[in-house]
Design a binder for this molecule. Structure first.
Ligand SMILES: Nc1ncnc2c1ncn2[C@@H]1O[C@H](COP(=O)(O)OP(=O)(O)O)[C@@H](O)[C@H]1O
Ligand SMILES: [Mg+2]
Length: 382
């Protein structure tokens, strides 16, 4: 979740919330065409107006969560909780539960949204970008969405782990399209995954070796460099519900173009598109995030783009690795904006899926990791 624009005077409220309620609120808000923070504010208003006491809500497993409320909102909430002799955790849980009951899922989304664009990004290598991008895309496709997965790392790990040889016959590379030199539609460059569970809905744009030259080639582009990725992918957007980019392991031009591509468009809800950040529970991941965050901030400042950081996926987490690991894990949870959307352990199934070049959900559909990917997909699909 990202800071709202500076023009809105909002205050951050920190309160613990269960991942289930957070997910439900996010999904339901999107279905009603509302930003999550507006839904939270509406939940609190509704709760303030409701005088009969609400039933206690289960709050075990609540994690720190941050939400921006209209000015004065956090103080008002604290007072109401005191008056009702409730903890803030219980107060928020009751307010959201009340709002969810008052706002059932509509049959259709109330506000149309552009194709969702998610960059799985972190310049640090080996943190699990490809693993998360791929698992998320698989889970979204399994759940019924039409998904395009773009191998945006010249090394092509995603491509090879999907057992794809490269561009299909006659396909032109993404870079060729970005340079405006392509002669055919970009759809000619896609490969559909054959597995039945994806129902033909999961397509991959494979990497191509020329992507190593991206910075050098694009430097020669006189006009339209900032938007060349957006322009290249635009012809495909109508055919997909979601476009997931597996980011490169550096902070060069390629990542800037991807940041530009996932920026919030006019009329787009907060956190509909943006950057999902896989991290580890260690110090170097915090340092890496600081650099990434600062690059996003610079990009926004220089271009006026608003870019949402969707959240972290803490990867390869193992509490047995010691106090340090556990305290860094708490550190990610305490950042709250954006928050931790999922936690993955390092597992044999995950390794095997990569090494055997089989998609995780196909190789180990019932594994805990596959289920984390499904939960992530459910929350981010909203
Ligand atoms: N949670 C996990 N469990 C098992 N293997 C993992 C997990 N996360 C990543 N891996 C494996 O670790 C290696 C590095 O991950 P990868 O996704 O390629 O990182 P990145 O794309 O950030 O460089 C890959 O072989 C990947 O399959
Ligand atoms: Mg990778």
């Amino acid at each position: 979740m990202t800071h709202p624009g500076a023009e809105e005077a909002r205050e951050k409220l920190l309160v613990n919330l269960t991942p289930e309620l957070r997910r439900d609120l996010r999904i339901r808000a999107a279905e009603h065409g509302l930003n999550m923070q507006d839904a939270a504010a509406s939940a609190l208003s509704l709760w303030y107006e409701t005088t009969e006491p609400s039933a206690a809500v289960e709050t075990r497993g609540a994690k720190s969560w941050g939400v921006f409320l209209p000015a004065g909102g956090p103080d008002r909430f604290t007072q109401e909780c005191e008056q009702r002799s409730l903890t803030k955790v219980q107060g928020m849980a009751q307010a959201i539960t009340l709002w969810l009951a008052a706002h059932p899922s509509p049959a259709e989304r109330l506000v149309a949204q552009p194709t969702k664009r998610i960059l799985v990004g972190n310049q640090k290598g080996g943190v699990g970008k490809t693993f998360v991008a791929s698992g998320l895309a698989q889970a979204m496709a399994e759940g019924g969405l039409r998904v395009l997965l773009v191998d945006y790392d010249p090394q092509g790990h995603l491509t090879s782990r999907m057992q794809i040889e490269g561009l299909p016959e006659g396909g032109e590379s993404l870079l060729t399209h970005m340079l405006g030199e392509a002669t055919k539609h970009l759809a000619r460059s896609l490969v559909a995954l054959p597995h039945e569970r994806f129902g033909g809905r999961l397509h991959v744009l494979p990497a191509s070796k020329d992507a190593f030259l991206m910075d050098a080639k694009l430097a020669l582009l006189q006009v339209g460099r900032d938007t060349c990725l957006a322009r290249a992918l635009a012809p495909l957007e109508d055919s997909y519900d979601v476009i997931v980019l597996d980011g490169p392991p550096n902070l060069g031009l390629a990542i800037d173009l991807a940041i530009n591509y996932v920026q919030r468009r006019s009329g787009e809800l907060i956190d509909h598109s943006g950057i999902l950040i896989p991290v580890w529970s260690d110090r170097s991941s915090f340092d890496a995030y600081e650099m990434l965050h600062s690059q996003i901030a610079t990009h926004s400042k220089m271009t006026g783009a608003v870019v949402d950081e969707l959240g972290f996926v803490v990867n390869a987490y193992d509490a047995r690795k010691g106090v340090g690991t556990r305290s860094f894990y708490e550190g990610w949870n305490q950042l709250t904006v954006p928050g931790v959307l999922g936690t993955l352990k390092d597992s044999i199934e995950g390794r095997e899926a990569s090494d055997y070049q089989v998609p995780l959900l196909e190789h180990a559909p019932d594994s805990p990791q596959a289920n984390v990917m499904r939960a992530l997909a459910k929350e981010l699909a909203a």
